[in-house]
Design a protein around this ligand. Sequence first.
Ligand code: F6P
Length: 533
Amino acid sequence: MWDDLRAHHARTGRRRFETLFDDRRAKDYSVRVGDMFFDYSKTNIDAEARALLIDLLEQAKVAERREAMFSGEAINETEGRAVLHTALRNLDGGPIKVGGQDVMPEVRTTLKRMETFAEKVRSGAFKGQGGAITDVINIGIGGSDLGPAMAVRALSPYHDGPRGHFVSNVDPGDIADVLRRCDPATTLVIVASKTFTTIETMTNAHTARAWMSEAVQDPAAQFVALSTSKSRTEAFGIPAERVFGFADWVGGRYSVWGPIGLSLMIAIGPDAFRAFLRGGQEMDRHFRAADWHENMPALLALVGIWHAQVCSYATRAVLPYDNRLGRLPAYLQQLEMESNGKRVSMDGADLTVQSGPIVWGEPGTNGQHAFYQLIHQGTRIVPCEFMIAARGHEDELHHQQQLLIANCLAQSEALMKGRSLEVARAMMEKAGLEGDELERQARHRVFEGNRPSTTLAYPRLDPFSLGQIIALYEHRVFVEGVILGINSFDQWGVELGKELATALQPIIEGKKPGTGKDGSTAGLIDYLQRHGA
Ligand code: F6P
């Protein structure tokens, strides 16, 4: 199948895909879920390519794997775990069994506990030692930070709870800047860590506790833990009533839907949080039921596979024309790259195709004034994934939203159509140039075009549509992983750096000699020690 796809690409890769447009293409190469609309017609995928890509889904048994995931089978084979973040948004769905036991009663009980606690914090019934909570600091990293941090920013128009802050980096500057803005007597600290062992998070949690203990009698009373580890949260001194647990079948980068989303729930309230879960659930239902031709996550995945594995484009840019999605590219970097950045397949054999691509991006229009130059005229092709809302939240500034929309659509149009040398020459002629100078200047103004992009459009960035978007990308990653034969749910590639950092710490602190280190590392240790405090 890969060979057929490559042969098809070899045959068609040089044509201008703009010529594929007839009066049906835009409709045939777009899909809806509720009010959400995904257009992939501005790519070189034609009917034959799409049929071959859909064959890949069949060949990889994506439908069977999808059902195995939703029904709680241990599809994370290297860790022997089920993958059930979908259970966290299975609001009115049926039972889901892991090891013969229905997990839904526990999911519902935890959600209710979170809601009761969030309401108490928001109403002022839960107090700090200096009065009602004014600030909430979420301390976590990776999936225990990116999800809630991204979503709190995305949903700022719905924010009516205490101020929210996020501390993730072990860099002392991160926590120092946040603590400086907060009053310890009215601050709630949420320690978010699935394992409750992550060095950055635990170091920051201890720093926050020391900061608080200088101002209040009982700092632990203003701490909450979100974790799978009861024993470690207890050892840290956080009482069980303020620990919100979850099972090991919730992967870190898929965890915003459960307790790790507590800071989001406190910010926007339980009702809006439920709307977020409903958006995710609607995407789940669509993903499970829709034919492949109409299946938004599957089609997004196939476009991804086409560009990364068939066309060999190394990266893809995520370009939300929605400033509040400013953290979405970082969130998707973890979701996509930690999930599918792997060089061996499930059975340990080397992959025979490229692993998942490098994902990066920034909101438009800012990116236009930074890196779009390369996207339009660089020698590398970067498939672009645009996102745009029909409406913003600032009705009085609707004209700015319209300008934003115009910019978004202009970019995908420019990427596809480009500007020919003839047109550029005519422009230079009109500007009064002639001869060699005209030719030289014209060449700088050529846009090759024929550069692919997709556009995801939605009515407005509200809790429901954000839930849809996140679940859409989760399932996209899942489908791509199944096609590649990867386990998308482990992350062994982050371990080695952690081990080496642990071994280096006493050397940096001067407690152990750095013998045996390579020359480069030894030289850097020497420099940093000599210039340190
Ligand atoms: O280092 C990677 C990682 O394990 C991520 O997968 C995870 O989201 C992050 O660290 C944080 O882990 P924890 O929630 O256990 O602190």
